[in-house]
Design a binder for this molecule. Sequence first.
Ligand SMILES: [Zn+2]
Length: 287
Amino acid sequence: MLYTMKALLKVAKANKFAVPAFNICSFDMLKAIMEEVEAQRAPVILEIHPDEIDYLGDPFVATVKEYALRSNVPVVIHMDHGGTIADVMRAIRNGYTSVMIDASLADYEDNVALTSQVVELAHQVGVSVEAELGTIGNNGGSYEGGSDTIIYTDPDQAVDFVNRTGIDTLAIAIGTAHGLYPKDVKPELNLPLLKELNKRIDIPFVLHGGSGNPDAEVSEAVKYGVGKVNLSSDLKSVFFNEIRRVLNENPDMYEPNQVYPTPNEKVKEVVRHKLHILNTIGKADLY
Ligand SMILES: [Zn+2]
């Protein structure tokens, strides 16, 4: 079943669970994620970054859409970190049901203006819009970027932003960073700030850079309005590490059905764990 983000997260917020948004960068990752969410009866957000689609090509989205339509769990196809109107139009043409426009590094008024323009375009064709306020940190290694220091989302500005733009979901900066955290960095979420935002804003929040934050903190955040958690590095790192291991240990191996099964299993393990943390298991039955 194919859903818009708005419809998907309305149910999530009302029932205090979040839906993981997994970046898919290959067919095998798509297959592993879908097999696991179907086994766990969990809704899912399949997320593709503009750099990922530049690599995969537009026809890949047709495959993702076909997968979603044949599935018995709710699926949203979402563009992660769109930067321009061209990114948004490409995503809409390709059949995404949700887009993110990220102008968080621009001046506030410019962010409001570009985001409003995207909402105007996307809502005409029933596509949901996510935007970002404040800046998410960057641990390096991820093309999603972010700033070197995290600038927390300001609650007054967030209320103004949501009212003026008409967005469906808001990406907030409460102490997460893109990429994998260096070993000497202890990530910590600013839960008091999240509670304040949740008191004043009705639409669901999105947590970017959700890889590597302590599980208990992420589970706690789900109770205070976080409906979507972006996960990319945690999946890609286990997938490619396992491919590396399999090929190094089996230099003569070349058949995909021999190379990919254990990397896919590693992805499934992470998917299962994240669904558990976000309280998403079995929630497909609420749709
Ligand atoms: Zn992000």
